[in-house]
Write a protein that binds this ligand. Structure first.
Ligand code: K7E
Ligand code: CUA
Length: 679
């Protein structure tokens, strides 16, 4: 037997040791070029004005966002806000998008996103949507790739740590979410030491293929392990889903040691068509659950939050043939299904081999009842009965595997800091390259699908150290681009990343680029505060609430002089960008506001809430340099004491003044003229 404690510390100390070896040689002389071949520069050079070949979507990790890079250049082309407020464009700050961050835990303005997942048709990324998970407060989001905007977020009930998420079925009928942290289900006040009897995991199937209607399809209650990653079957294994789990020891303290005792943990193999059948047969139990479904309507550009309740919970005991465990060494993290759908590859963080299960053998083992035992009604298939093969002596700390569609697999090794290329079927290692430093996930465009575009591989590294000019104690994370078109992998490029890019997905740009929304048509907007022309701007009061409808167009706001606001009022500025043009955005900010600016694309209406606290005149202005006279794009709000008799007016010119006041149907239209007399 090996020494468990020593093996365990390998994860932490070993990383440092392995890292130390790597770092040692470049402490004095950076060796940035050692692994780069002569023609690397030309392979990543995309001339000014030219487009890249791939869109790559990297998780923003603890930024809660998605970062969009173009490959092969490694240029950052967009940050898509998802689970975190984003001051750059007002996401989660403006009234339109605040409801997107609503949960049963309240307004949650941050999360930790790990896995971007492209929607698929017939097992191939189709460019419609990108899904991504929130690890901490369990949620999944759907991003519309015609807008590069988060359109839908659904909370996962009966869950904690939505890590194995949001992996898709080959038709994107479902995306899944499994729990990293087992908890009491439903959650309740019990001693932590009652873990073994009270804590459970859940696997959640989320209906994902109808925009605006994402919902919890069903959940499966499983033993209280830590469920880690998942991937759908495809081809022959279509209809199945595979999740890794660790902590089969069911430790609840010092997991580093206590959850690393067993030589094998499990992959949970679930037949979800069987689950559908059991749900249809009424075998799922209604379970109390509360969760939010948030949807940003693409026509009104306003999000609505809807609180939902109830979930259907399947217990494997009540649904024969639903779930099997595959013993898998050791504390597995990644589980990846090859393009043919036959091989299920695990990355055991503490394993000395890469174990590969065969779907054909799994089916045979089930038919032959080649089981070791049952756990809570879940048959445990004999390891050898399901095993296709093992990649021997691959490296230290295997995590994740992707495929090139040419019969090869590429596995990341955190501790030994490398990518290892091996052959499916023969399990022989054919190449290995170092990564700088401590790789987590790796990604090949379409590399977890039926049809990988196996030209590039991106390594996403946890440690950056000396790869860029130093920036104090906190450094960006780092990605590296490899050319995998030949026999040997070739390092082409380093590029920095935002947050921690756990995982990424990529696809050819041609699948997305010609389907981009360039602006929204004013005529089609259903926003209740829309103005289609300057003259429709106006102001109205209801008690202490004041609504200002405002048009923004190069290079002014209409109205731009506002009076009659009083201390104690809450003011809502509804700004419509009435431009019908691409990439002409206007911003809006007012002195002393306690939130971010608005950024308003053409044809959209956005709303900012402002509560002035003291009397005075407050300028507002456009924050996005939109035109030659952008600096002139400004206005003033006059704030008077509570109870003041300054009339409520909003004006641009005398003409706009009367029109705007009339449009808002308020009785102060004529009083506006008096303003000039000096109220
Ligand atoms: Cu970072 Cu997929 Cu969350 Cu592995 S996970 S590295
Ligand atoms: Cu509008 Cu600057």
């Amino acid at each position: 037997m090996s020494h468990p404690t020593r093996r365990i510390t390998l994860g932490v100390v070993g990383a440092a040791v392995a890292g130390g070896l790597v770092f040692a040689c470049r402490a004095s002389t950076p060796n940035v070029n050692t692994a780069v071949t002569g023609d690397a520069a030309s392979k990543v050079y995309v001339a000014p004005g030219q487009y890249d070949e791939f869109y790559a979507f990297l998780s923003g990790g603890f930024s809660g966002q998605v970062a969009v890079y173009a490959l092969p250049s490694g240029r950052l082309i967009k940050q898509i806000p998802v689970f975190s407020q984003h001051a750059e464009n007002g996401w989660g700050y403006d009234e339109n998008t605040k409801p997107m961050l609503q949960t049963t835990y309240g307004f949650i303005p941050w999360d930790d996103s790990h896995h971007p997942e492209l929607s698929q048709t017939d097992g191939v990324p189709d460019g419609r949507w990108l899904f991504i998970n929130a690890n901490n407060t369990p949620r999944v989001a759907r991003i519309d790739l015609s807008r590069f905007e988060t359109e839908e977020i659904i909370q996962i009930p009966n869950a904690a740590g939505a890590h194995a998420s949001p992996f898709t079925t080959p038709d994107s009928k479902y995306i899944v979410s499994a729990m990293r942290f087992s908890v009491p289900v439903p959650n309740t006040d019990v001693p932590i030491s009652s873990y073994k009897s009270n804590f459970k995991g859940t696997l959640t199937f989320i209906k994902a293929n109808e925009p605006g209607k994402m919902d919890i399809a069903f959940q499966v209650m499983v033993p209280g392990y830590n469920y880690d990653l998942g991937h759908a079957g495809k081809g022959p294994s279509d209809g199945w889903f595979f999740f890794t789990s660790y902590n089969s020891e069911q430790a609840y303290t010092k997991l580093e040691q206590n959850a690393s005792q067993n030589d094998k943990d499990f992959i949970a193999a679930i037949n979800y068509r069987q689950a559908e059948q059991c749900v249809a047969d009424g075998k799922a139990k209604p379970t109390p659950a509360e969760y939010y479904h948030n949807y940003l309507d693409p026509n009104s550009h306003e999000a609505k939050s809807e609180k939902k309740s109830g979930a259907k919970m399947l217990d494997p005991k009540d649904c024969a043939g639903l779930l099997y465990y595959l013993p898998t060494p050791k504390s597995p993290h990644g589980v990846d299904v090859d393009p043919t759908g036959e091989y299920i590859v695990a990355g055991g963080k503490l394993a000395t081999v890469i174990p590969v299960h065969s779907f054909t053998k799994i089916q045979k083992a089930i038919a032959d009842k080649a089981f070791d035992k049952e756990i809570d009604g879940i048959p445990v298939i004999k390891y050898e009965a399901a095993l296709a093969g093992e990649v021997k002596n691959p490296g230290l700390g295997p995590l994740h595997t992707e495929f090139d569609g040419k019969g090869y697999a590429y596995t990341s090794f955190f501790i030994s800091s490398e990518v290892v290329k091996w052959k499916l079927g023969t399990w022989e290692i054919v190449d290995r390259v170092p990564t700088y430093y401590s790789i987590g996930h790796l990604m090949i465009p379409g590399g977890d699908s039926k049809k990988p575009w196996g030209k590039y591989l991106v390594a996403m590294n946890k440690i950056t150290k000396d790869r860029y000019l130093p920036t104090g104690p906190e450094l960006f994370q780092s990605a590296q681009l490899f050319d995998i078109s030949g026999e040997k992998m070739k390092l082409l490029l380093d590029f920095p990343t935002i947050g921690e890019p756990h995982y990424a997905q990529a696809l050819p740009a041609s699948l997305i680029k010609d389907r981009q929304v360039k602006f929204d048509k004013l005529a089609e907007s259903t926003n209740p505060w829309l103005v289609k022309a300057e003259a429709e701007g106006g102001i109205s009061r209801k008690g202490k609430r004041v609504d200002v409808k405002m048009a923004a167009i190069r290079s002014h706001f209409a109205p731009d002089n506002i009076e009659g606001i009083q201390v104690g009022d809450t003011v809502y500025f509804h700004v419509t960008n009435i431009e019908q043009d691409w990439d002409i955005l206007h911003g809006f900010a007012v002195l002393g506001m306690e939130t971010s600016e608005l950024i308003v694309p053409g044809g959209q209406t956005k709303t900012l809430k402002w509560v002035p606290k003291s009397v005075g005149v407050y300028p507002f202005y456009c924050t996005d340099f939109c035109s030659a006279l952008h600096q002139e794009m400004q206005g003033y709000v006059r704030v008077s004491p509570a109870g003041s008799n300054v009339p409520l007016v909003a004006s641009l010119s005398d003409k706009a003044l009367t029109q705007s006041a009339r449009a808002a149907q308020i009785p102060t239209a004529h009083q506006g003229h008096e303003r000039k007399g000096g109220n």
